[in-house]
Structures are given as structure tokens and as C-alpha cells.
Design a protein around this ligand. Structure first.
Ligand code: FAD
Length: 263
């Protein structure tokens, strides 16, 4: 598990003099990573192991064939297809639709995804130096809540403020800033005032649960029970999917080995 230490108010104030709170939990191994650099590393690793990447190429259909699958795709030149014994669906926001292309009833299987948008606000640079680490409020049953994060250049931001949306877009609805200002994290940071916060960016999560529904874990299934041997679904890989990616990849690797052994 993750190492955690309970801090008294005095210890908390020594580490974060500008933070308000009664006590705190310290997670000494928590860190920030450069997600683009991590992607470049994974890409290099995959290529050196023989992977070929088809960019700007969309899966539009999947046919079950005796020895595996025919995958129909579309790119700027037109449509083509390829066949494979093992097919791993990790299409993020579209992973439920891709599962549906293989003939799975996504409502019956409880695979239908909801879109959950998270908005971040950057904190005025003059205040960025007033904290030394990531700060989280006490989590609720529905998530971590908006928290303090830093980008790799040290710029402070607060978020994500999550809400469900019907369509994917990356616009920020700044009428929600008031809700952020009233969130638990802001109560711990009295030095940040509403005018210190500027809308910065938004992201959309593929959430396996809808608004006010209980927490659901990642869905990682080898669909042999649905008569689809070799079809592996990764659906609703919500946060912390990036942190979990190496562990997920190892697990999926065991499913692939198992499939190939049974061929
Ligand atoms: C605001 C926000 C903050 C987050 N913060 C964190 C964090 O701090 N730590 C953390 O660990 N995680 C975080 N996450 C979660 C993390 O980003 C996801 O868990 C992770 O990106 C999921 O990876 P994925 O590969 O399943 O999906 P994605 O990263 O969405 O990749 C899916 C890929 O499939 C492609 N695709 C989609 N449809 C098709 C199709 N039909 N044909 C071909 N390709 C297709 C897409 O173009 C994309 O390249 C955050 C997410 C959000 C939105």
C-alpha cells in the first residue's frame, strides 16, 4: 500500500504554513509526472518491441471470424481492414461503443459510459509559491474532490471541478467557478481569493457510473464468456488510469498470454 503519516496541526503547519486545517495525512511518495514524457517513453518502448502505430485511424466495425476478428477502420485515405487473434479495446471515451461493435449489448453488460467533465483553474502566480505540495481535501464517496495540483513548471492550479455532460467538449463553464470557490479545498486555503482563479483547461473522463451512482471500478474483461475469445475490453478507465497504466498493462498482458496459449 501507499505510505501515509498522520500529522498533528503543528506538524502540518511546519510543512504548509499557509494551509488551514485541524490535522492532515502526509503521503511522502506522491509525485507529479510529465504525462507527455511518459507517453513518449511508452511509445518508444512499444516501437522497440515491434509495435506499429496507426494514427488518425478510427475503428468503425468489428466482425467475428473463425480465427479471431476482422477490424474495419477508416483513415483520411478511406477504409481498410485487418485481422487479429487478440483485440484489445482501450478506446477511452468510445470504449463502450467499440465493445458494442463486437456485438456486446452494452446496457445489458453495464458498459455504457457517462462523460464527466473536469475543469481546472490556474492560481495567480503571486500565490503559487505559498504551498509546497499537492493538497487534497478529505475524499467523499464520489471522488477526491477539487484539489491543489502543480504542473511540471510549478504553476499552481485548482481542480478538477467535475460535472456530468451529454456531449464531449472542452469548453469551461465559468458560471461554475462559484461552486469551486465554495469547495472543501478552498476552505483550507484562505489566502486564495476568487479573483486569483482563472479558467485554464478542461478534460473529460469516461466514467463507468452516472451522477449520484455508487463507485464502480475499472472494467477489464476478457470476453470469453460472451463467446468472444481474445476480445479484451478496457472500459471506464477513469482517474487514476494514468497512474495505474503500467499495472493495467501487466494484467492485460497475462490475459493475452492466456488467450494465445489456448489457440
Ligand atoms: C480532468 C482529468 C484529470 C485526470 N487526472 C488524472 C490523474 O491525476 N492521475 C491519473 O492517473 N489519471 C488521471 N486522469 C485519468 C486518465 O486521464 C485516464 O484514466 C486515462 O487517460 C485513460 O486512458 P485510456 O487509454 O483508457 O483512454 P484515453 O487516454 O482516452 O485513450 C483512448 C485512445 O483511444 C482513441 N480512440 C477512441 N475511439 C477510437 C476509435 N473508434 N478508433 C480508434 N481509436 C479510438 C482515442 O483517440 C485515444 O487515443 C484524469 C482524467 C481527467 C479527464
Amino acid at each position: 500500500g501507499v505510505e501515509l503519516r498522520m500529522l498533528s496541526q503543528k506538524e502540518m503547519k511546519q510543512l504548509e504554513p499557509n494551509m488551514r486545517g485541524v490535522r492532515a495525512l502526509l503521503s511522502p511518495s506522491t509525485g507529479i509526472l510529465d504525462s507527455q514524457a511518459l507517453m513518449r517513453y511508452f511509445l518508444d518502448k512499444a516501437r522497440s518491441n515491434g509495435a506499429q502505430i496507426a494514427y488518425e485511424t478510427k475503428v468503425i466495425g468489428i466482425d467475428k471470424i473463425p480465427d479471431g476478428y476482422r477490424v474495419n477502420v477508416e483513415d483520411s485515405q478511406g477504409n481498410f481492414s485487418f485481422t487479429t487473434k487478440v483485440l484489445i479495446n482501450c478506446a477511452g471515451l468510445n470504449s463502450d461503443k467499440v465493445a458494442g461493435m463486437a456485438g456486446i449489448d452494452i446496457d445489458e453488460a453495464s458498459y455504457r459510459l457517462r462523460f464527466c467533465k473536469g475543469e481546472y483553474y490556474s492560481v495567480n502566480n503571486r500565490k503559487s509559491g505559498l504551498l509546497n505540495r499537492l493538497i487534497y481535501p478529505v475524499p467523499t464517496t464520489t471522488g477526491l474532490g477539487a484539489h491543489v495540483c502543480f504542473d511540471v513548471s510549478g504553476r499552481m492550479r485548482i481542480g478538477p471541478l467535475y460535472y456530468y455532460v451529454d456531449e464531449v467538449d472542452y469548453k469551461i463553464d465559468d458560471s461554475r467557478k462559484k461552486a469551486l470557490c465554495q469547495s472543501a479545498i478552498m476552505a483550507a486555503l484562505p489566502f486564495i481569493e476568487p479573483h486569483d482563479l482563472e479558467p485554464e483547461m478542461a478534460g473529460v473522463k469516461a466514467s463507468p457510473q452516472g451522477k449520484d451512482e455508487g463507485f464502480r471500478d475499472f472494467i477489464i474483461n476478457h470476453e470469453c464468456n460472451m463467446a468472444l475469445p481474445g476480445f479484451i475490453n478496457l472500459i471506464g478507465i477513469d482517474s487514476p488510469g494514468l497512474t495505474s497504466a503500467p499495472a493495467i498493462a501487466k494484467y492485460v498482458g497475462t490475459l493475452v498470454d492466456e488467450t494465445l496459449r489456448n489457440y
